[in-house]
Ligand binder design. Structure first.
Ligand code: SAM
Length: 212
């Protein structure tokens, strides 16, 4: 049941938020066939892994959260389900057809879709969260990208988080990302989900080493 105000009616944000449709598995697979390097997965992330990402990122008590690479919205759905009514979620997606699909699927006033690459989060901090974001949740396929791109995105994420903020990344490659994350975060923990298609790792970085 959606949360209700003291007089029993649904809150404003819940009245405006329509439940998202099921993300399309076929549109995701077609996008993968067209651009494997950018999309990096054959199917949307499972509901259970998306929910776990929201938990690891502490979204249920967050106010300002960012998602990198929402795709067709599998993780976005779980982030919005956990986010408090007065929370905000900004999502960066560079694949234009996915952006169109997200615009048609999500009508939640807490969500802002941005058609730019994830590094732009640094500028977003200046305008929307001067004290830094609570959490950044990411499913960009880093092991398929040039190393300097990965490093630039991680540095921007570390710069954009508040002290105590959390970075949660989903990765299919078993060993690629953890050493790079350790350059930007004081602690990195891992969880493995063999039943996701494909099997996946969640890496959680805390203690940004950002000096900016
Ligand atoms: C593995 S898919 C994950 C999609 C979805 N989050 C899920 O888990 O089902 C990776 C997504 O990251 C997006 N992406 C890749 N590089 C990006 C970048 N630099 N900035 C923002 N999004 C990016 C791709 O377009 C794609 O939608």
């Amino acid at each position: 049941m959606p949360p209700r105000t003291p007089n029993g009616s649904m809150s404003d944000s819940m009245q405006q938020a329509r439940p998202p449709q099921q993300p399309s598995v076929w549109s995701f697979f077609r996008a993968f066939l067209r651009d494997r390097q950018k999309i990096g997965a054959v199917a949307p992330t499972s509901r259970g892994v998306g929910r776990r990402m929201a938990q690891l990122a502490g979204v249920h008590e967050a106010r300002r959260v960012v998602e990198f690479g929402p795709g067709t919205g599998a993780i976005t759905t779980q982030l919005l389900a956990a986010l408090p009514p007065d929370g905000r979620l900004w999502a960066y997606e560079i694949h234009e057809p996915f952006l169109d699909q997200l615009r048609q699927t999500f009508h939640d006033p807490r969500l802002t879709l941005i058609g730019e690459s994830a590094e732009a989060v640094r500028e977003l901090r200046t305008t929307e969260a001067p004290e830094g974001f609570d959490a950044i949740v990411c499913s960009i396929p880093f092991s398929l990208l040039p190393p300097p791109v990965t490093d630039g995105i991680l540095r921007a994420a570390a710069d954009a988080l508040r002290p105590g903020g959390v970075f949660v990344a989903l990765q299919y490659h078993p060993t690629y990302l953890a050493p790079i994350m350790r350059r930007h975060f004081a602690s990195v923990s891992r969880e493995f989900f063999p039943w996701n298609v494909p099997p996946t790792l969640l890496l959680t970085g805390r203690g940004s080493r950002s000096t900016g």
